[in-house]
Structures are given as C-alpha cells and as structure tokens.
Design a protein around this ligand. Sequence first.
Ligand SMILES: Cc1cc2nc3c(=O)[nH]c(=O)nc-3n(C[C@H](O)[C@H](O)[C@H](O)COP(=O)(O)OP(=O)(O)OC[C@H]3O[C@@H](n4cnc5c(N)ncnc54)[C@H](O)[C@@H]3O)c2cc1C
Length: 363
Amino acid sequence: MKVVVVGGGLVGTAVARALAKRGVDVVVCERGVPGAEASWAAGGILSPQAECDVDGPLLRLCLAGLAQTLELCASLGDVGLRTPGTLDVASTADERQALQARVRWQQLAGLSASWLEATEIQTRFDVDAPTFGGAFFPGEASLEPRRFFEMLRASAQASGVRSVTGRRVVAVEEQRVILDEGEIKGDAVVVCAGAWTAQVPGSGVDAALLFPVRGQMAELQGQKTLDLVVYGHGGYAVPRAQGRVVVGSTMEHAGFAKAVTAGGLQKVLRTATSLLPSLVDAPVLSTWAGLRPATSDGLPLLGRSTSGAWIASGHFRNGVLLAAVSGERLAAALVDDVALDPAFAPSRRAGVKAHVGEGRPRP
Ligand SMILES: Cc1cc2nc3c(=O)[nH]c(=O)nc-3n(C[C@H](O)[C@H](O)[C@H](O)COP(=O)(O)OP(=O)(O)OC[C@H]3O[C@@H](n4cnc5c(N)ncnc54)[C@H](O)[C@@H]3O)c2cc1C
C-alpha cells in the first residue's frame, strides 16, 4: 500500500511514521521547511486536564495522547521532557472558585488533581506571583517541540518515510496529489496541512470548520529555574533548559498573517511578568508567532472527509500532545479498518463549541 501525506508538521510526520511502521510506503509532501509552522511555534505543554472542565471525547483523546507521547519520548531519546506536573494559579477569588471546582470534578472522575494553597505553591515550586492558591495536575508534562519534531522526523525516515519538500500541493483527490510541478499517486491521501487544511483544494474540509488562530510567544532568559509549566493571569510559562522560559500566548483571528505585533507582544510580556514577577528583568531572547489549526467546535478532525481524502488536523492548542495518538489512530483506521471516534469526523458541519473538554479560554 502507498499513502501520500500532505503537510510535514508534527501531525503529518506522526501519521507518516505510524503508517510506515505498519509496512506502508509513505511520501510526505511539504511546501516549505518541515516542522517550521505551528509545530515549531508551540510551547510544548502536555496538558490534558489543566484547562478542562468537561469529561468528553477531547479529554479522553488528550489523556490517551499524553500516555502515547510519554511512551514515544522514551523511544526517541532526549526531547527536553519534563514531568513534574502543571500548575494553574488563581489570580482572583473567582478564579480560585472555578479552579477548585475543576479539581473537585476531576477528582470525582478519577483523575489526578489537587488543590494547593498559596504558601505551599511558593515553598514547593518557588513561583513568586501572589496567588489565591492553585490547581496542581501531577501527571502532566512539557517537552521541547522543535527537538521533539526533529527526533520524530528522524525516526519516521528510519522507518522508511520519504519526503518531497519545497513543493506545494495544489489539489488532492482520493488517490492522487497534484503538486505545483507534477503529481504523486497512491492508494490513499492524508491531509495534515494544519491551519491550511481547508485551503487545500479537494480536502473536503469546510473553512468554517477549520481556520487559523494566531499565537504570539516570547522566550526569556530567567534568573532562576522554573521546574514546571505554570498557567495563570491569562497565559502560561513553560520551562526550558538553562533557565530559559517560553511565555505565551495570544489567541487572535488574524487570517494567515503570522506577524509578531507590538500589541500582541505587550500582552504576552505583561501576562508573563504578572505570573512570574522575577521575569521583569529577564532578557528577551526571541519572539515568534504561529497559526494554530482551530475548529469551530474545538474538536480535532480525524477520519475521512466527504471528498474521500483522509484528514488528521484541527488539533488547535493540543497538537504536540495529540500528534502521536492521532498518528496511531489514523494509521490503524486506514490500514486495519479500526473505527475512529465519530465525534472527530471531518465531514461534520461547522458547529459551536459545546460539549468539548476545554475550560475557561486562555489567551
Ligand atoms: C503559539 C502556539 C503555542 C502552542 N502551544 C502548544 C502546546 O504547548 N502544546 C500543544 O500540544 N500544542 C500547542 N500548540 C498547537 C500545536 O502547535 C499545533 O496543534 C500542531 O503543531 C499542529 O501540527 P500540524 O502538523 O497539524 O500543523 P503544522 O505544524 O502547521 O504543519 C502543517 C504543515 O503543512 C504544510 N502545508 C500547508 N499547506 C500545504 C500545501 N498546500 N502543500 C504542502 N504543504 C502544506 C505547512 O507548510 C506545514 O508545514 C501551539 C500552537 C501555537 C501556534
């Protein structure tokens, strides 16, 4: 069997690798530099629970994604994995109430979550923001997405995945991909074009269902070591090596414009310095922006669209967390006919976010 994958980001690479491991001949078509879009921009937080207020298909996929990613990391090598959990601090009394309710329902659902008072947060994690306490999710983690991507890609190549880079896919059919120069035939086509998935002619994905949401980020040189991911004040801080900290992020409907803007950066830095006041003197090492593949109902797209193309996309804020599990599930469906969750059907109509496992929105 031969499969053509459109898009060489984390999701396309994970799909390609999972297919190749099942003996499929795979070609990945990437118009630019592999991994250089949303997958390069990500914070690398692996967090199914911290933002989740409802049990449902997304939470269950994210939990499976965390388990699968941790397993994958162990086989890939050093991807900057950190597993001390994640912390979500309350900056107001209302937030405290909401976070305590989140901890309670998650505990009742059998998930690992606990409430920490402000003093405990300060002594245990050396988080210097004044807080109203916080929710702690001990099973959660983070990794360095750029390293993760390079190692995943090397593993995919070692499994036999071939790639065509620098060629834009201008149309897909059920068994053919048309490039700006030439074409590639296969037994099936999988579109993993991230925020651009609905723009690929023939993908069968509705642009009202899947669209870009820009996120701006900054990397700072912290003066002290941050051990775990800290959410709060409408943003987050993610630890990196040698005291570096990645802070983010905005959520902007700016079409496909990827610029870092003065207003966006101001917001990111204001959030970061209120969350971790010691960052106020931190040198800014770099800034960037990326386009998340968002969906109108908050759920990813995994399965076959109305055009007959397979789709793995729409992972929004969880694509690092979900790449491995999406790759495995898509490959199992395509090769072994294993059923996929109908909640993620790419043929569904654009709907309003209602039943998904994402809680209060964060920038
Ligand atoms: C600022 C920011 C922070 C994030 N933080 C996190 C986080 O902490 N944790 C987490 O789990 N997720 C996070 N995410 C989300 C995650 O990065 C994405 O969900 C994930 O990277 C999507 O991967 P992808 O492969 O679908 O898309 P991409 O990485 O965007 O890859 C799609 C690829 O398709 C290619 N392509 C598009 N059109 C064509 C075409 N016509 N022909 C050929 N190639 C094409 C593109 O060039 C691109 O390389 C974040 C995202 C952003 C932007």
